[in-house]
Design a binder for this molecule. Structure first.
Ligand code: GLN
Length: 483
């Protein structure tokens, strides 16, 4: 039963092959048995899950239907869940029980999902390896010595190991797409403003966006349907109608114009990944797509711009954790300054402290113009590159990451080396565009992802292309040994 996708679960429940309660029990047992190897969960919510599963079964018995009614999922531990620990992977919030549900959580609960637990993540979503969590690193089910990617590494490892069919995640600079690539999943970062950020603990507010992680594009469509939509509680949420993503999966790719940026294939890209990307291009050509070489000339400036803007916003967002209002407070503070210093010093890990310092520096008088303002100008140039590219093509295709998942600890002493791995994903966040990563093959037994980018609000196009690709390839069906 643990191999079922969301789409198959919906059919099985509708046909009364099993109940949501039965399925939930199977998955909870599987998590208890297998997760000690992976560390993909921070909290399990067994009681809530069984309660929600029983309620979903009653709703179905009363004639209700719906693709998510009775579907077991988990939430990345930065979505606030009422009365349940919401740690954001940090010691700072180890004792924090959210007083309300994030919009994503309440929307999905209303659609009938069953919350199995809260997944592990890089502390405050800062990272690309899921090694900065206060709760310990997450392991990649494809090779337990390797990282699962980050920051949504817990959601990714759990779904890849078939502990559950799908999970929520967030993407500020790649944290849905990169772990999807590293664990052989399909992950979608929606257009900025498509999914409400209300109740999502902020890292960099102008870049953060929630989205689905699942094994197939079809399941991403199902989960996104439950997450997307206007929310008056989020002032950056956009009031655009939400299309029926599942209904749009079967469009023909005949004549689809795919842009392949020449800058994507420079030095730094593992040639074995380059070859797999070429194979995926050939596959899409067979389905009728037309390939065009394009250029994104400002891509080379994106990493430095991102690593100024994201820390700048983080330094501001994280100032609320002061040891006074909520979160960790040091023992016996001598005075107010000591309280701030020790609470923040003890509550935040090294990577978070580094980002707060970089961000506060970039925003300080004298440096604001040189760094922050300059980075914002680059951000506009990156967006302009995409806008002109999308005058000529319907989607942009390339690798999700320059290398496959690295070994645990390999980049710990060199943060910049890890930042450079974000080269293909962060531009979509800077521009606010939707992006999807899907399985495209393996290198040394480790999964490789191909990334698709589309114009604003064209999530449906991404899902359609990925679904058609998955109907004709079987990379996404491969299962890690031992799971
Ligand atoms: N790796 C990037 C960072 O560390 C992106 C993380 C994310 O998308 N949350 O900032």
């Amino acid at each position: 039963m643990h191999q079922l996708t969301l789409a198959e679960i919906a059919r099985g429940l509708a046909d009364k092959k099993f109940s949501s309660e039965e399925l939930t029990k199977v998955l909870l047992a599987r998590i208890t048995q297998l997760d000690p190897q992976l560390n993909s969960f921070i909290s399990l919510t067994e009681e809530l899950a069984l309660e929600q599963a029983k309620a979903a079964d009653v709703r179905r018995a009363n004639g209700e239907s719906g693709a998510l009614l009775g579907a077991p999922i988990a939430h990345k531990d930065l979505f606030c869940t009422q009365g349940i620990r919401t740690s954001c992977g940090s010691r700072m919030l180890d004792n924090f029980k959210a007083p309300y549900d994030a919009t994503v959580v309440s929307k999905l609960a209303a659609a009938g999902t069953v919350t199995l637990g809260k997944t592990n993540m890089d502390e405050f979503a800062m990272g690309s390896a899921n090694e900065s969590s206060w709760y310990g690193a997450v392991k990649n089910p494809w090779n337990l010595e390797h990282v699962p990617g980050g920051s949504s590494g817990g959601s990714a490892a759990a779904v890849a190991a078939r502990l559950l069919p799908a999970a929520t995640a967030t993407d500020t600079g790649g944290s849905i797409r990169q772990p999807a690539a590293f664990t052989n999943l399909t992950g979608l970062k929606p257009t900025y403003g498509r999914v409400s950020r209300w109740g999502m603990i902020a890292y960099a507010s102008s870049l953060d966006q929630g989205g689905p992680l699942a094994r197939t594009a079809e399941d991403c469509a199902i989960l996104l349907q439950g997450m997307a939509g206007f929310d008056p509680n989020d002032s950056t949420s956009i009031d655009e109608p939400v299309p029926d993503y599942t209904a749009g999966l079967n469009g023909s790719l005949q004549g689809l114009r795919i842009g392949v940026p020449k800058e994507y294939f420079g030095a730094g890209l593992d040639p074995r990944i380059a070859e797999l990307i070429q194979n995926s291009i050939k596959e899409l050509q067979k389905l009728g797509a037309v390939i065009k070489e394009i250029s994104l000339p400002n891509m080379q400036h994106a990493i430095p711009a991102y690593y100024v803007i994201a820390p700048a916003e983080a330094s501001s967002n994280l100032s609320r954790f002061d040891g006074v209002r909520f979160g960790h407070r040091c023992e016996d503070p001598k005075n107010l300054e000591d309280l701030y210093k020790r609470s923040r010093g003890e509550g935040f890990g090294a990577e978070v402290q580094r980002r707060i310092m970089v961000g506060a520096y970039a925003l300080s008088a004298g440096y604001y113009d040189a760094y922050y303002l300059k980075a914002q100008k680059i951000r506009r140039l990156v967006k302009n590159d995409f806008m002109s590219a999308f005058n000529e093509v319907d989607i942009i295709l390339g690798p999700t990451t320059p290398n496959p998942a690295w070994k645990l600890g390999a980049k710990n002493s060199d943060p910049v080396a890890a930042y450079l791995e974000d080269v293909y994903t962060i531009t979509a966040n800077l521009a606010g565009l939707p992006g999807l990563s899907m399985p495209a093959g393996f290198v040394d037994g480790l999964p490789v992802g191909v990334q698709l980018l589309a114009p604003y609000f064209q999530e449906g196009r991404l899902l359609n292309v990925a679904h058609q690709y998955q109907l004709n390839t079987d990379w996404h069906t491969r299962t890690p040994t031992g799971f």
